[in-house]
Design a binder for this molecule. Structure first.
Ligand SMILES: [Zn+2]
Length: 269
């Protein structure tokens, strides 16, 4: 029997499984030429090793988040618990409401210089594929779960709805980071709802005009409503990564973890 806690506990592993599935998909129709054999494996191992450091916080963060939701719901805290709210509406708030706040958090990580220093670890990947979804600084994970805990209490998010939302977000992250090409019309259709690998690749562009666009995780609606959606100039993806972070030292595990301390001005931030 799946409970909210078990679903939440498997979310980080669901992300890993979804990444595995996307890695297979990437071989079928890559957006950019795939890295050849060994470099591709080395790239995946690098991102996996960063993920291993972050997973301590991701797994415990997921566990704590659902525990907070259980505690808050039991005590009747939060907006949704003021009313007799149907479960479907609770799930809709967990899915869309939390996605909107995740959009805000992501945007703040691009706008506030100190937060950008943590988030840019995700952007320093020179070759974006599904394993990039696993690449993030552990401290950004701590900030994200703390922020989400406050939201869960404020809205009175249902533990099961929260856990299911975490699963959907995990699959969405693996999907839109995938190095996968689709027919242009299908791509445009899907991106009416959720980010596609091509639109999210723009977010990883070295061109700052595109980096500061397409922040969405599950839905593209917030980007479209608030003017940060970019369809891109063409179907051709640009170069990804960040200028100034390409040296082997900076791309090493230690280099990546220490990179928030580096004072590199690669753009206007
Ligand atoms: Zn970003």
């Amino acid at each position: 029997m799946f409970t909210a806690q078990t679903i939440a506990d498997i979310s980080p592993f669901a992300l890993a499984a979804a990444v595995g599935l996307m890695l297979a998909l990437e071989s079928l129709s890559p957006l950019v030429p795939l890295l050849p054999g060994k470099p591709r494996a080395r790239h995946a191992l690098k991102n996996l090793s960063i993920a291993l450091c972050t997973s301590v916080f991701a797994v415990s963060g997921n566990f704590a988040l659902v525990a907070v939701a259980m505690w808050g719901t039991h005590r009747g805290y939060g907006l949704l618990n003021l009313f007799d709210t149907p479960w479907l509406l609770r799930f809709a708030v967990a899915l869309a409401g939390l996605d909107f706040f995740e959009w805000i958090r992501h945007r703040l990580h691009h706008r506030v210089p100190l937060l950008w220093r943590l988030h840019r670890v995700h952007h320093t990947d020179p070759h974006v594929d599904s394993t990039t979804a696993l690449r993030g600084h552990p401290l950004e994970s701590v900030i994200a779960y703390s922020f989400f805990s406050l939201l869960v209490l404020a809205f009175g998010i249902d533990p099961l709805a929260l856990a299911l939302r975490s699963l959907v977000a995990a699959v969405a992250l693996a999907w839109h980071h995938a190095d996968f090409r689709m027919p242009a019309r299908l791509d445009a259709l899907i991106s009416l709802v959720t980010p596609t690998p091509r639109t999210h690749r723009l977010h990883h562009s070295r061109n700052i005009r595109f980096t500061d666009s397409n922040y969405g995780t599950i839905f593209t609606w917030w980007d479209r409503l608030l003017g940060t959606f970019s369809p891109g100039d063409s179907q051709e993806p640009g170069k990804t990564g960040l200028e100034g972070f390409d040296s082997p030292e900076q791309q090493s595990l230690l280099g990546v973890l220490r990179s928030p301390l580096l004072d590199i001005k690669h753009d206007a931030r």
